[in-house]
Design a protein around this ligand. Structure first.
Ligand SMILES: Cc1cc2nc3c(=O)[nH]c(=O)nc-3n(C[C@H](O)[C@H](O)[C@H](O)COP(=O)(O)O)c2cc1C
Length: 260
């Protein structure tokens, strides 16, 4: 028997290999954490810009993002709340903490969130001092999990600029078509509210009949993905209604200009 073929030596080699590998993994996880966070931030910024149609191919995302002004909103009052530091705001921990969120019930939990944070960060984009886009974080359950995204609306507070999801668990080719550029393009120019102020924007089953008066409030359904399509309708109904940004939108409508 070769001297190296002992159980003891085999174990030493296996354990040493495990130790070296785990040290390498831990080291790269720690070393890459900042880079991962930076990439996450960049991705979030690019989705916010994309929803508002502000992404430019040859321009740096972080440079364009400098023109975006984030604001913390108290969702109940619909007022900006500068007492919360933007850096301290974290959606998921606010939504989990009973002190900074409310429990939703079967009647008002249209987006199937269970709890809703009391504060949110929204994003304003000004073009030479003129407000031209308000970008609102939205989320809600699809078929397999929570779909998270941004809805950008014009300063008239009713016309959609774009809807962009940055996180979802829907099936590629079915519900995953929420990320298809052709489907995303349909949202531009659609309107949210009926004349009486109700949230009526919806993803319908099938294709929109453009000759129909209601077509301005309708988006083509995703074929084979009615559950995801309904999830998108429901999350928009939730976030644009009284439990979401409804109070904010009402307040903004009463203002001549939105303070920065
Ligand atoms: C493997 C698998 C994955 C599916 N993924 C989705 C999905 O992501 N979104 C969705 O709405 N429906 C999905 N469905 C289909 C739903 O179960 C359901 O049949 C569909 O939403 C009905 O839509 P339709 O009325 O347009 O056919 C999936 C079905 C299967 C078998």
């Amino acid at each position: 028997m070769n001297n190296n073929d002992t159980i003891r030596k085999t174990l030493i080699v296996a354990v040493s290999l495990c130790l070296v590998c785990s040290a390498l993994i831990s080291f790269s996880a720690v070393e890459l954490r900042d880079l991962q966070e930076a990439n996450k931030t960049l991705d979030k910024q690019s989705k916010i810009l994309s929803a508002a149609g502000l992404l430019e191919e040859d321009k740096d995302v972080s440079v364009i993002f400098n023109s975006i002004q984030p604001r913390i909103v108290n969702l109940k009052t619909g007022l900006f709340d500068p007492s919360i530091n933007l850096e301290d705001y974290d959606e998921s921990s606010f939504a989990r903490n009973p002190e900074t969120s409310i429990e939703l019930n079967s009647e008002n939990d249209l987006a199937l969130l269970k709890r809703r944070e009391n504060f949110q960060t929204i994003y304003l984009h000004y073009d030479e001092d003129k407000l031209n886009a308000i970008i609102l974080p939205v989320r809600g359950y699809g078929l397999w999990g929570t779909m998270k995204g941004y809805l950008a609306i014009e300063s008239d507070l009713k016309t959609i600029i774009g809807l962009e999801f940055f996180d979802d668990k829907e099936t590629p080719g079915l519900g995953g078509e929420i990320n298809n550029p052709r489907w995303k393009a349909i949202w531009k120019g659609k309107e949210i509210y009926s004349d009486s102020g109700e949230v009526v924007i919806s993803v319908i089953k099938g294709s929109v009949d453009k000759t129909n008066d209601e077509s301005i409030y309708q988006v083509d359904g995703l074929s084979g993905a009615t559950i995801t399509s309904n999830g998108v309708t429901n999350l928009l109904s939730f976030w644009l209604g009284d439990m979401g940004y409804g109070p904010l939108i009402q307040n903004l409508k009463l203002k001549e200009s939105i303070d920065v």
